[in-house]
Design a protein around this ligand. Sequence first.
Ligand SMILES: Cc1ncc(COP(=O)(O)O)c(C=O)c1O
Length: 447
Amino acid sequence: MSSSASAASSQAATNNLEAFWMPYTANRQFKQNPRMFVGAKDMHYTTADGRQVLDGTAGLWCCNAGHGRPKIVEAVQNQVAEMDYAPAFQMGHPKAFELAARLTAMMPSPLDHVFFTNSGSESVDTALKIALGYQRSIGQGTRTRFIGRERGYHGTGFGGISVGGIVANRKQFGNMLNGVDHLPHTHDLSRNAFSRGEPKNGAEYAEELIRLVQLHDASTIAAVIVEPVAGSTGVLIPPVGYLKRLREICDQNGILLIFDEVITGFGRLGTPFAVDYFDVIPDMVTTAKGITSGVIPMGAVFCAKKIYDAFMDGPDHLIELFHGYTYSGHPIACAAALATLDTYEEEGLLTRAASLAQYWEDGLHSLKDCPNVIDIRNLGLIGAIELTPIDGAPTKRAFSAFLKAYDDGILIRTTGDIIALSPPLIISEAQIDELFGKLRTVLNAID
Ligand SMILES: Cc1ncc(COP(=O)(O)O)c(C=O)c1O
């Protein structure tokens, strides 16, 4: 092959969209009309055709500090040059310990240990495994059942989809984990449509946990896992009192409570964690995404002291938990996370959503009169607009809104016929106005 022919063929290979099987994407639709980002700074993405797109979703609920933040960029650059990797098993490096200490200092007691992972899905599977190991280590080995919730999203591992409750994420994959049951979801449009903040009705959905305990017997249940605010299923805000009641029922029955804070963690609600917002302390908290502001994959599972202590038994030289990832506490991820925490702290980002929440809520709810809107809901810097589905073509209306929004210069996210919004925590009031102004145009334009 001549050198120009080989250059042409490598160019063709580079531009061939076919090879990449894209995640959670309508591959055929995308490949006919690709939407490519090539740059990102602060609140904006740059598209391949040079347009600026306002980020209404913090990437995928992760870039909480915005994009291209100097301190994080520098920390990653320095770390990769200083030490690219250190073995995670039977060896350590200082930044992993520093990060663990800083993270646990942000959490209320007794959540004072963290186990590092590389994603939300891994955090969830890790927490489920720790729950089983814990129950066994305290002599409760019959407790092998998990309780998740309808419409829950806990990532894509077999554990996560088993306790998760989004039908589309489950139906292709058979029976998944045995011995899982689900609480009902709390989405109740007949009573709570257009709620601002926590819906008033529905705390009684927590009582369903008592029914499940009666059905299965407490001695078979290891843990309950819920998202404090369900995100990927279309933003379901917990009714007032619901999470506290779950905590009580778990306590009464020796069941561990796991909060999946992969999207609520790191300032999304205007407090560092949903644990703080709802004043409910679970036994484990799964996190990822905002821990590095999305810059490097990382997750962390916070565990209560009693859980960690239960494993610290037997001869010193034996491994206590047979679980971990090659990249648990990766040095570059740790450096990114430490710089992210610095950025959050210096700019007050973990509480900034609280000061913007009212402005955000008012702007969001001003879209109530747009066509096909059947609900609007919000908490902290999260918002959702639910649309009536097109007859016989569910999801199509929201997907059209997503495509038009992209053309109009705003990034939104859709799930089913729900538009979900979760901008970086650095968004300005003017940018909130721009986001909702453009969204109004989009909602008025689509069928
Ligand atoms: C609550 C929750 N848990 C877990 C996950 C999975 O995270 P990841 O995609 O990093 O595996 C997500 C992702 O959106 C999430 O929202």
